[in-house]
Structures are given as structure tokens and as C-alpha cells.
Design a protein around this ligand. Structure first.
Ligand SMILES: NC(=O)c1ccc[n+]([C@@H]2O[C@H](COP(=O)([O-])OP(=O)(O)OC[C@H]3O[C@@H](n4cnc5c(N)ncnc54)[C@H](O)[C@@H]3O)[C@@H](O)[C@H]2O)c1
Ligand SMILES: [Zn+2]
Length: 370
């Protein structure tokens, strides 16, 4: 037996910055130019987001001295986060790159759909181009734009599976401007708040309290209050992701608080509810389950109140219980017993296998009014 070790000195990624600032979009050009002076920006966005914010981004890029700027628009919606649009994105990028002496730099302007799909295009074209995330939904600012998970939904033999095909590939820069959230639908804004509440509940009692005391300012999109929440969530997610870049050690699993319930509810409701709405409901279920197991501190009762304050659903009347239970059993995280992230108190949760399906069912039944 000959054993030839193949070892690498330098990790492929040495890290990147996430900038959070009201008005940052108009400075995107100079921030990008400082780091990528020799590249040619290729913007991927959706018609809706580009309609609101595309001009500001393009003006800022041209002011910074970029001449060749490409643009590719992907129609809105999760249904477009698939193979067809992935291929069209690659094709548009190839057309842009043709005859260009500079290397393209992919700039993603949009929510999680554009981030996941466009990032996957960037990560695979010519084995990987640098890319920049400019998240435009609250969910993508606090969650999906950081962490390097990219991908598309895929029609597998058994049916469509979300995020089945993808890559771990980090962005080179993330620019979050809370002012762009002003054009976001209130329902989408609330859905993003669910992930922010999740992060505060998981890691940061002080942030949770700040969100309680500034709830009305947050709802009015006060730029300072929003920047604080976004930057804090990003810092927590970044810390977890740095420890567990490839989702191997289990550190990232905590980020699934509310998601075992949430994903199952999302599927059982045929994806008619927003992800964040299902997560809000799921967080309440996780708190209930933790309480049923005698693990939850009484202060956790404040979670539901905070979610309600942001207009999120914490009860779903007429929820199809058996479909939810079935979806939960089919969840990719299911490995014989079901693992749940259970909150212990504000800022502290644990990952625990829960053996009693009856207890899970009771929690769901109590929140579905059935
Ligand atoms: N990669 C990750 O780690 C990760 C984490 C969580 C979620 N995700 C993925 O993110 C996706 C959901 O992302 P999302 O919630 O951002 O939804 P989204 O990207 O579909 O955006 C929601 C809607 O808001 C519109 N929109 C976006 N920004 C806007 C703005 N500033 N003004 C007006 N309209 C705007 C979009 O056009 C779209 O219609 C899912 O596909 C999910 O799988 C990925
Ligand atoms: Zn989520």
C-alpha cells in the first residue's frame, strides 16, 4: 500500500466582509472598486428588485469607473430557483464574458432566491468566479447572504426537492443597505423578522430585549434600529459559520431552531405560506416542546409576544396535522429519531433527540386549534 498525502497549506477562503449601513447601495460602486479594480461587474437581479434599485446600483458602479457592466434578470419567485434559470444564467454570463479581457465579477442584487441561484451560477462558472451579495430582503440580510450555502431546487425522481443541488462557496463581499427594504412588501419584511427573532433567541438575550424595546421603531424601519439588528444577526451567523463552514460539526444545526416544524408546515401548506411565517410558527412549537419536556425557562413566553408584534403567525387554524407529521418524518434531518433545537432560556438552546412523537403531535395540535 502506497499512501500519498495531499495537503493544502492555505484554505481556499480567507474570509470576507459584510458591510451594513443605511445608504450603502449608493456607495456600492466604490466599495467594490476598491477590492476589485480590474473586474467587469455582471449584475444578476429580478425584474422587481431591479426596477426599484437597479438604477442606483448601476449609477454607483459607473461613478466608480466601471464601464462594461452586464445585467441578467431572473423572473421572480421560488419556482424560478431551478435548473432552467441556472442554465440561462450561465449562458448570459458566457455571452458577457465573450471577448471581455477582464474577469467577470458577479454582483447579486436581490433576495434569497437571487442569492442562492446567482451564487450557484458564480460558483460553478469556470469553476468559480468571485461574487458579491447585495441582499434586498430582510431574510437575505440576516440569514441567507452569509454562510456560503448556494443552490437550486431540483426535480428528483420522487418530486421537487428544495436546495437539492448546490455548493458551499463563499461570497467575496456582502453589502447590506437597510434602506432598500423600504420597497419590500410588509409580509416579506415580517418573514425576515422571524429569522432575526430566531437568531436573538438562540444566541443573544440582549438583542432579544433590544428587539422588544425597539419593536415599533423596527416596524417603522428606523435605519439605526434595523442596522443594529441586521449587524448583530450577521455577526452571530458568521461566528457559527466560521466554526462549521461545511455544515459538518453540528454547530450549524442550531440555526435550524424552528425549522424542523417550520419546513414540515411549509410543505404541508403546499408552500403557500412564506418560509419566515412557517419558521415563526415553528419557533413557538419548539418553545412549547421544550416546555413540555420541562426544559424551558418561563421567560421564553416572551417569544410568542415578540413574533406577534412583528405580525407573524404563531397559531395556524386547521393545520393538516398528519401531513405535517409525515413531512417531518421525510425531512432530510430525520435519522431514526427526531432532532430538535430546544430553547432553554433567552440566548441559549440545545440540540436534542426527541423520542416521543406523541408529544410532538400534541404541541402541533395545541397550536392548530384542532
Ligand atoms: N443560502 C442560505 O443559507 C439560505 C438561508 C435561508 C433561505 N434561503 C433561501 O432564500 C430564499 C428565500 O429568500 P427571500 O425570503 O429573500 O425571498 P425572495 O428572494 O423570493 O424575495 C421575496 C420577494 O421579494 C421581492 N423583493 C426582494 N427584495 C425586494 C425589495 N427590496 N423591494 C421590493 N421587493 C423585493 C422579490 O422580488 C420576491 O418577489 C429561499 O429560496 C430559501 O431557500 C437560503
Ligand atoms: Zn430559515
Amino acid at each position: 500500500l502506497k499512501s500519498i498525502p495531499v495537503r493544502f497549506k492555505k484554505p481556499r477562503n480567507s474570509g470576507y466582509e459584510v458591510l451594513v449601513h443605511p445608504g450603502l447601495l449608493s456607495k456600492a460602486g466604490s466599495e467594490i472598486k476598491r477590492r476589485f479594480p480590474k473586474h467587469a461587474p455582471f449584475i444578476i437581479s429580478s425584474p422587481r428588485v431591479h426596477g426599484f434599485w437597479g438604477r442606483a446600483l448601476r449609477q454607483s458602479l459607473s461613478k466608480a469607473g466601471y464601464k462594461d457592466v452586464g445585467l441578467h434578470l431572473v423572473p421572480d419567485g421560488e419556482k424560478n430557483k431551478g435548473f432552467r434559470q441556472y442554465e440561462l444564467g450561465l449562458r448570459a454570463l458566457a455571452a458577457f464574458g465573450k471577448g471581455l479581457r477582464r474577469k467577470p465579477l458577479v454582483v447579486l442584487l436581490g433576495g434569497g432566491v437571487i442569492g442562492d441561484l446567482g451564487g450557484f451560477v458564480a460558483s460553478t462558472y469556470k469553476r468559480g468566479l468571485p461574487f458579491i451579495q447585495i441582499p434586498t430582503t430582510l431574510l437575505s440580510m440576516v440569514d441567507s447572504s452569509v454562510g456560503g450555502k448556494l443552490g437550486i431546487d431540483f426535480q428528483a425522481p420522487g418530486g421537487l426537492i428544495k436546495n437539492l443541488v448546490g455548493a458551499f462557496y463563499q461570497p467575496s463581499l456582502v453589502l447590506a443597505d437597510p434602506l432598500v427594504l423600504r420597497s419590500l412588501a410588509p409580509r416579506e419584511f415580517s418573514a425576515g423578522m422571524a429569522e432575526a427573532v430566531k437568531t436573538a433567541l438562540l444566541f443573544d438575550a440582549a438583542l432579544f430585549e433590544a428587539m422588544e424595546s425597539s419593536a415599533s421603531r423596527l416596524l417603522a424601519q428606523d435605519p439605526r434600529a434595523l442596522s443594529h439588528v441586521i449587524a448583530s444577526c450577521v455577526a452571530h451567523k458568521a461566528r457559527v459559520v466560521m466554526r462549521d463552514e461545511y455544515d459538518l460539526s453540528g454547530a450549524r444545526a442550531l440555526l435550524n431552531l424552528g425549522h424542523t416544524f417550520g419546513h414540515a408546515v411549509e410543505a404541508a401548506l403546499d408552500f403557500k405560506w412564506l418560509h419566515g411565517e412557517c419558521v415563526a410558527f415553528g419557533i413557538c412549537c419548539a418553545v412549547d416542546l421544550s416546555a413540555a419536556l420541562g426544559l424551558a425557562a418561563p421567560e421564553l413566553m416572551r417569544t410568542e409576544a415578540l413574533l406577534l408584534r412583528f405580525g407573524l403567525p404563531t397559531r395556524i387554524r386547521g393545520l393538516p396535522l398528519s401531513r405535517v407529521m409525515r413531512a417531518m418524518a421525510e425531512d432530510k434531518k430525520f435519522d431514526g429519531r427526531m432532532n430538535f433545537v430546544l430553547p432553554l432560556r433567552l440566548g441559549k438552546s440545545v440540540l436534542r433527540p426527541v423520542a416521543s412523537l406523541e408529544m410532538v403531535r400534541r404541541v402541533l395540535r395545541a397550536r392548530s386549534g384542532a
